[in-house]
Design a protein around this ligand. Sequence first.
Ligand SMILES: Cc1ncc(COP(=O)(O)O)c(C=O)c1O
Length: 429
Amino acid sequence: MSNYYQSLTNEQLDQELFQLEQQVSEFRSMNLALDMARGKPNSDQVNLSRPLVDVLSSSVDFIDKGVDAANYGCPEGLPSARQLAAELLNVNPNNVLVEDSSSLHIMYDTIENAFTRGIGGSEPWYKQGTIKFLCPSPGYDRHFALTASFGIQNVAVELTKDGPNMDEVCRLVETDSSVKGIWCVPKYANPTGITYSDEVVRRFARLKPAAPDFRIYWDNAYCVHDLEEPADELLNIFDALEQAGTTNLVYEFASTSKITIPGAGMSWVAASDEDIAQLATAFSFHRVCPNKMVQLAHVRFLQDAQHVAEHMKKHAALVGPRFNLVFSKLEKSLSALDIARWTHPKGGYFVSFDGPEGSAKAIVALAAQLGVKLTSAGATWPYGKDPRDTNIRIAPTFPSMEELDQALDVFIVCVKYIAARLEKQHRQS
Ligand SMILES: Cc1ncc(COP(=O)(O)O)c(C=O)c1O
């Protein structure tokens, strides 16, 4: 089936290109400076948590269940912080370590621990030669950059609408002992927004890895970030593990970065008894005292899962319209042309967009020239190499509605212009 530009005569295509070039020139002359690149909350979202800053003052007590938040100790996190973190993931608080603001930092330390000390009695990775990680793609660029920074070989695996292609994952994990991990964003994945199906979660839980030190890096960053009702439901991986009679297979991560204030919150990791004990020891060498005052402010502000859910509804009221604007503008301008596909997530922070083959880099470059910053094309793949050069991550949360509206107008013209130009080049070759 041909797309709109393929169906045009040469004269019609030239006419179309002429009009699009004019629109490009108009945008160029506007000297815009708009940012749809990173998944940052907008200032109204951050302002929802301003009262958090007032929760602590010189006149309140700093004691949480007998622990003084204002002194050394309690490296595993304040009791109430562990309780809240556990509640959000539906796990046992004893299996959770709460640290400072960034879950990415904990992921980094977890991998560093594997390199320097090894996991579960296995040799440290630095002695094991080639180490590979599976990277469901498109995926989160910072995950891929993290493992690449350790010299780990990132191996792309297909991400379907139900989660990673589990036939591929099983084959690689169960036959190759150099495969030590897989990056997963199981709910509202970055960037596609899909949530893993129950069957995918169960297949993860039933994995029989060739390497005893293989772990699933289950980054549940968007566990409470629903935008629409009914929200996606993710099966609890630890329940699935219990059913499968498996243990020591998952590290689960999350944080309050996009619940309260990025960089000033709490993050956590959950794992089996043995794995969490090992991480607690590993972290104890460099982290004797997490920022428990911030943890205290968080538990007093957020209280429990019910209050978090109410707080997240306020985020959804700010973010939902931005997502709807993306969906409606793309639908209105591009659907009939049949040159692109995009996802329709019910939560999270991103929309994943696929243009014609060989278009993504050119679209992102042209948008940058016109003053609209997008995530680099290819970033959603290991080593920045999208094999078909189609995928672009749209991050609609940060700009105001007016800015987003304008940024989308520019983006849509870029998509159309590059698609038409590709067709012209094809005809000339
Ligand atoms: C999937 C995913 N994990 C982790 C993070 C960063 O989390 P943190 O701020 O806790 O380091 C992000 C931020 O965009 C993300 O999309």
